[in-house]
Each structure stands twice: as C-alpha cells, then as structure tokens.
Design a protein around this ligand. Sequence first.
Ligand code: HPA
Length: 288
Amino acid sequence: MTKSLYERVRETVAFIRDRSAMRPQIGLVLGSGLGDVVGSLADAVALEYAEIPNFPAATIAGHPGRLLLGRLQTTTVAALQGRIHYYEGYSMEEVTFPIRVLGALGVRQLVLTNAAGGINPRFRPGSLMLIADHLNLMGVNPLRGPNDERFGPRFPDLTHVYSPRLRALAQEVAREIGLVLEEGVYAAVSGPSYETPAEVRMLRQLGADAVGMSTVPEAIVARHMGIEVLGLSVIANMAAGIAERPLRHEEVLAAAARVQERLRTLLDRLIPSLSRVEVTQTEAIPKE
Ligand code: HPA
C-alpha cells in the first residue's frame, strides 16, 4: 500500500533527526537568487534534497536544493535553500512537502522569501515588500484532496495568513536598520511564462502589488498546520508592460542577488527576535 502523506512526513523527519539533533524553531525558505541569505548559520548541517527521503529534487537554475539546520545566535533555524515550483510539473503535495516536514520538525514560525515582479508603480527593482495578503491565482489549492486532521482542519481560516504581529516586528527591525519595507498583496500565478502586459493590468485592478510563481501554496499549508508566516518579496523587476523591456530569468536572478545583502541584514536581526515571541498555538505533529 502506498504510504499516506502523514507517514511520509514522519519518515522524512526521522531521517533528518538522525542527521541532526537540532530542533528548529524557525523555518526559512530562500527564493530565487536568494540562496546565500543564510551564509552565516552556526553549527550547520547541510542535507541535499536528493538525499532526503520523499523530497522532490529542485531542478531550476538558482535553486541549489539544500536543507540547512543551524543556529542564528541562539535561535535554531531550518532553511530550505531553493524551493520546488509548481511550474516544474510537481503536484501541489510535492511542492509543499518540505513545509509539512518543517512543521513536523517543530517549526512554529516560517519566513518565506521570493523574487517577484513589481506591479505597484511606487516600487522599483530592489524594493523589499512585506507580504500583507495574497491572491491565489494558481488555479489550484494545495489542500485539495482528503484532509488529514493530524495536520489541520478541513476548512482553515485565511484571514491572517501573514501574521500581523510578525509583520509589525519586521517593520520595527527594518526601522532600526534604516531599511524601507513596503507592504502589499502578492498575486501567485502558476507560470512558467511571465505575464502579458494585459494580465499585469488585470492583476493591478485586482489589487496586486507584486506577482510571482511561488510562496502562496507554502503559506496555505503552513497556516493549515498553525504555523505563523512572514512573507518577504524581493522586487526583482517591474512586471511586464510596466517596464518596456522583455523579462529574462537571468536578470531576475541577478537583481535578486543584488538585494541579498540587505535581506541578510534584515533576517539576521529579525529571525532571533521571532523566536522570542510567545507562541500559543498547538503543534501540528506532536514530537516523539
Ligand atoms: N512575474 C512572475 N514571477 C516573477 C516575476 C514576474 O515579473 N519576477 C520574478 N518572479
């Protein structure tokens, strides 16, 4: 018989715990061109996705595909360096499997980063946007299918996907280091083609400030498990039609890479303060 998602998650968690005794408090997903944001984790153990049982392998340039378990000051962090994208052909269950694993490892706060196209005309390439809310325009929901109550409820509430408390904390840290953090709505599309200018005009009318091809499935699955979510978009380019020139993946990666230093400064300060926040939610999966 094929194993259930729950059983596969437990199997993967057992493998990871065998490799590292660290119990991560904070989860971090590093998006396109942002893999180096955590150069500075102490006592880090690195696991290639390819060696982790049940993990899908990342395939796209700019996504190395490693799980790092390490410490940022006194905070234990599990960082996914490179994510699985829906446009690669994986199912939503595969795309969000690493998030299930982070939840089962005990992560209570999750920081999701991505590179996105800017729609809000105030934004510039290089702007940093805190995700205030999202539009799921991927045409699918990662929770479709039988629900396993051990992960979370059938109909999870999405009123506050991106924790207002964590956002306030992020703004506070940004102010301390003199960094401007925009806030806005992230629209998720399936890709892999970039949008047409007409689609970007539509997204703008729908209330989107940025557009990208990730993050939303992960945020939904994290909320399903009661994990607090913070979302950060690096505006790598202005979306199609806002800037006149064609979009190229290499340029998007390069633009994201240029912002890495600022993002690292922010996360180095922010992540340790996230874990000091008191959490009252129950664990998605009880520890052994
Ligand atoms: N559109 C969609 N996804 C993206 C973009 C974009 O302009 N830039 C980076 N990811």
